[in-house]
Design a protein around this ligand. Structure first.
Ligand code: BJW
Length: 237
């Protein structure tokens, strides 16, 4: 890669955390092969059976606390640290492995597993333990209104204005470890292409649903392909 870039947007999905032991959603053995997403990842499912949804996220929170960042997370943190242009990491992941690897210019568009939100007073708090219907909100004291601070199907993803602004001006867009099945993230590559200026790259284990929209594609485990790609970008200046 010869070109020097001035503004980079990286989008990550569950595949970047797979080698840290966190399950993806749609792969063989993925979370959606074991759980009905309508029951655990929609506001309607939560209203129908909040105990099931709390159990699902309590187990995921516990797994996350036991997991560690991998070489792909560390490579992106190094890219942010050493790249002297604009940089934004947008993750669909609710885990905190990017932060633990050292990433700081980072937006969690689908929320964060280690945060909870009160539907009664809207406060958002860090939370590492279990949550149940009896847990009282630390801010307003109400019980029964706490939920994971994550974005379910049918809900609006977070930071969309900031993300749109970064996509509009970037000259390198890199998508890592995502199946390209969930919108609006799956539409980012098309948005970037409409601008006509950016180089677009997919790094994934297998071709995603939107693979044909990317100018460059590199397939392999994230812990191999991401550090190698980051080294190329940094070597280009
Ligand atoms: C590796 C690897 C390794 C494995 N190395 N790679 C019809 C058409 C279009 C849209 C819609 C539609 N009907 C409904 C919609 C909208 C809906 C949607 O997209 N539905 C689709 C299913 C069709 N979207 C929404 O509802 C969103 N909100 C919304 O659209 O609001 C309106 C709006 C309008 C306009 C602008 C903006 C907004 C909200 C979506 C919320 C998604 N929530 C979840 C759960 C979060 C909480 C939790 O974690 O429990 O987010 S679902 C789940 O999917 C999670 C993920 O972030 C998301 C994406 O999954 P991801 O990351 O791509 O994982 P996988 O498993 O799918 O793929 C993993 C990839 O990694 C694979 O490709 C592997 O090959 C690869 N891999 N190992 C590298 N070692």
């Amino acid at each position: 890669m010869q070109k020097r870039f001035r503004s980079i947007v990286v989008l990550t999905g569950a595949g970047i955390s797979a080698e840290s032991g966190l399950g993806t959603f749609r792969d063989k053995d993925g979370l959606w092969t074991k759980y009905d997403l309508q029951e655990v990842a929609t506001p309607e499912g939560f209203a129908r059976n909040p105990v099931l949804v709390h159990d699902f996220y309590n187990a995921r929170r516990k797994n996350l606390v036991e997991a560690a960042p991998n070489a792909a997370h560390y490579a992106l943190a190094e890219l942010e640290r050493r790249f002297d242009g604009q940089f934004l990491l947008v993750t669909q992941n609710v885990d905190d492995l990017h932060e633990r690897a050292g990433s700081a210019r980072l937006l969690h568009m689908h929320g964060e597993l280690l945060k909870i939100r009160c539907e009664n007073c809207d406060s958002v708090r860090d939370w590492r333990g279990d949550l149940d219907l009896a847990t009282a909100c630390p801010d307003c004291g109400a019980s029964g209104g706490l939920r994971p601070h994550v974005v379910w199907f049918g809900e609006m993803p977070l930071y969309m204005d900031d993300i749109a602004a970064a996509l509009e001006t970037c000259d390198l867009f890199v998508s890592i470890g995502t199946s390209g099945q969930v919108y609006p993230a799956a539409g980012f590559v098309a948005e970037v292409r409409r601008g006509g200026l950016a180089h677009t790259v997919e790094l994934n284990l297998d071709p995603s649903d939107g693979f044909s929209l990317f100018a460059e594609k590199i397939y392999g485990p994230a812990t191999d392909v991401v550090p190698a790609f980051v080294a190329r970008v940094l070597a280009a200046g």
